[in-house]
Design a protein around this ligand. Structure first.
Ligand code: HEC
Length: 114
C-alpha cells in the first residue's frame, strides 16, 4: 500500500507539470500571434521610424515601403528573424527588443499598409 501511494504521487507531479506546460503554451502563443499594435507603434517610433519613416515610407532608397506592404509578404516568424538579426544597414534588434515586442512591431507594420 505504501508503494502504491508513492506511485500515485509521482503521477500527480507529472500531471501538474504537464498542466503548467499547457498553460505556458496557451498564454504564450496567442500573445505572440496577435501582437499589440499600440505598443508596437510606440516601439516603432522609438526604434524604427528614423529609418523607415513615420508611415512606413522609408527615406532611404531601396528600403521596403511598408505603407505599400513591401517587405511584409512573409510569415511573422520570418520577419521576426529578420528584425532579430538585422539586414544590411539595419541593426539587429535581438538585444534591444523581446520576442513579444518584435511581434507587436510586426503587428503594427501590417497596419501601415493602406
Ligand atoms: C539604421 C536604420 C534602420 C533601423 C533603425 C531599422 N531598419 Fe529596418 N531596414 C533598414 C534597411 C536599410 C533595410 C533594407 C535592408 C536590405 O534589404 O539590405 C531594412 C529592412 C527592413 C525590413 C525588410 C526585410 C526584408 O526582408 O526585406 C523590415 C521588415 C524591417 N526593416 C523592419 C524594421 C523594424 C521593425 C525596425 C525597428 C524595430 C527597423 N526595421 C529598424 C534600416 C533600418
Amino acid at each position: 500500500m505504501h508503494n502504491n501511494s508513492h506511485w500515485l504521487k509521482q503521477i500527480g507531479i507529472g500531471c501538474r507539470s504537464a498542466a503548467l506546460l499547457c498553460c505556458a503554451m496557451l498564454v504564450g502563443v496567442p500573445s505572440a500571434m496577435a501582437g499589440d499594435p499600440i505598443n508596437g507603434g510606440k516601439l516603432y517610433n522609438q526604434h524604427c521610424k528614423k529609418c523607415h519613416g513615420a508611415d512606413g515610407k522609408s527615406s532611404f532608397p531601396g528600403v521596403a515601403d511598408f505603407s505599400r506592404g513591401e517587405g511584409l509578404l512573409k510569415a511573422d516568424g520570418e520577419l521576426q528573424q529578420k528584425i532579430n538579426n538585422g539586414k544590411g544597414m539595419m541593426p539587429a534588434f535581438r538585444s534591444m527588443l523581446t520576442e513579444e515586442e518584435i511581434f507587436d512591431v510586426i503587428t503594427y507594420l501590417r497596419k501601415l499598409r493602406r
